[in-house]
Design a protein around this ligand. Structure first.
Ligand SMILES: Cc1ncc(COP(=O)(O)O)c(C=O)c1O
Length: 435
């Protein structure tokens, strides 16, 4: 990492870091394979009848967990994105069951674990599909088994609710960043919550240790899980279909820019890996992280030879973006993203609240602070020296009018009204004081 990047990180100055190790998708040496994305798409299709039966929210959608692609021109103009290209929000803030992108990973892993366990216990036959898990007798047996996870909040909601939906006992280890309403919602659904007065890494370590000591506990490992990763990765095909339906091309003349909020890295990493398989080098994936928690940025900028945390560079990991309050990125995700990620930009908490208010005003979107982070991406690309250099180096400087920008809004629709009103008031005050 250069001294200049380090100084800007320490000054909490929002910045765009371009990944010097980005290379062609075809030459990327990574510890996963494209076939795993296709397998995940098949698995999701097979899970739909089960999901439809176990989750009332999915009755209408036929068990499909998917989000809208929402065009947001007015919002993009309000965000000073430079009015060239087309601008969309991928509305994972409104995903059913969990209200966040975590629905894609958590529900997927819990269901696939349930399927393996039911087969191993002989509760279903080897040829029975996932729908057999909706059976009352199977779910009664699952009550003897526990699913545990460590979380800043949203993964806990997704895993906890999915586990309860299949009849499992569920234990969620929460970090001190977790919001009270997320804890309350889990408890309402019969999930046991252990609150740790510590950061996310310590909550995960506690959950991992508890599971290691008891074979009836299955641990969803947010730091290492390939199942979570590929559950997210299947979202790329959904976006491909949505762009095709709108006849929006993605090719050498029509670049696609993606802005993905990053905590431990599993959700943005999985989605980005899937997108690179679907769109190849025409997909330009950027992570976004809080100025106090840029864990992917510090790890990728320093190289992967040794673990680097945000504490190591003098930052606090204190942020209102609870889902992204992570000090050390997943080493698994860092290894996958090193040759595939275009860059990372950082954002101040105050801007998260401004953008959250603008998203409500100009697009009627209810976002939580973590999700609002995605909205700053286009302006970062167009208005920063690093962004301009990236466009020039990639041969895209003359193609911005044909570009498509997708901001991945990762959570927010389940935030209780009073809490959300507090976020909005804060954002509006900040916007008013700017004028
Ligand atoms: C709203 C929101 N956005 C983004 C993320 C980041 O996902 P990941 O931790 O997998 O990088 C999270 C994680 O909990 C989240 O809750």
């Amino acid at each position: 990492m250069t001294d200049r990047v380090l100084q800007r990180l320490r000054d909490l100055e929002p910045l765009l870091w371009i990944n010097p190790k980005l290379g062609p998708v075809g030459q990327a040496e990574v510890p996963v394979s494209p076939a795993q994305v296709l397998q995940a798409e098949d698995n999701w299709r097979a899970l739909a009848p089960l999901l439809q039966r176990c989750f009332p929210e999915l009755a209408q959608s036929g068990g499909v967990i998917a989000s809208d692609l929402i065009e947001v021109d007015t919002l993009a103009r309000a965000m000073d994105a430079g009015a060239v290209g087309r601008f969309f929000v991928k509305g994972d803030h409104a995903l059913p069951v969990a209200g966040s992108v975590k629905a894609r990973g958590g529900i997927y892993e819990v269901c696939l674990h349930g399927l393996s366990l039911a087969r191993a216990l002989g509760l279903i036959g080897p040829d029975d599909g996932p729908e057999a898990l909706a059976d009352g007798a199977v779910q009664a047996r699952f009550a003897d088994y526990t699913i545990a996870v460590g979380s800043t909040g949203n993964l806990g909601l997704s895993v906890g609710l999915a586990a309860r939906g299949l009849g499992f006992r569920a234990v969620v280890h929460m970090s001190s960043d977790a919001k009270a309403w997320k804890v309350a919602r889990l408890r309402q659904h019969g999930v046991e919550v252990v609150q740790h007065p510590a950061d996310y890494g310590k909550a995960v370590a506690a959950a991992r240790a508890a599971a290691a000591a008891d074979p009836s506990i299955y641990f969803v490992d947010d730091e290492r899980s390939e199942l979570l990763f590929f559950g997210y990765a299947a979202a790329a095909a959904e976006l491909r279909d949505q762009l095709q339906a709108r006849q929006i091309p993605v090719d050498a003349d029509h670049p696609l820019f993606l802005y993905l909020p990053c905590g431990i890295g599993g959700a943005p990493g999985g989605v980005a890996y899937g997108l690179k398989q679907v769109f190849g080098d025409h997909a330009h994936c950027f992570f976004v992280e809080p100025a106090q928690s840029p864990c992917a940025l510090v790890q990728l900028a320093a190289g992967l030879e040794q673990v680097v945390t945000v504490y190591d560079v003098g930052l606090t990991n204190k942020t209102e973006a609870d889902g992204m309050a992570v000090a050390e990125v997943s080493q698994f995700v860092a290894a996958v993203m090193q040759p595939l990620l275009s860059g990372v930009y950082t954002v101040r908490d105050t801007d998260l609240f401004r953008w959250l208010a603008l998203a409500q005003e100009h697009a009627a979107l209810q976002l939580e602070p973590s999700a609002a982070a995605c909205l700053g991406g286009p302006a970062m690309i167009y208005n920063s020296a690093e962004g301009q250099r990236y466009l020039a180096e990639q041969g895209l400087a003359q193609k911005t009018e044909q570009a498509c920008h997708v901001m991945w809004a990762t959570g927010g629709s389940l935030v209780p009204a009073s809490e959300y009103q507090g976020f909005l008031d804060k954002g509006r005050q900040l916007l008013n004081s700017d004028h």
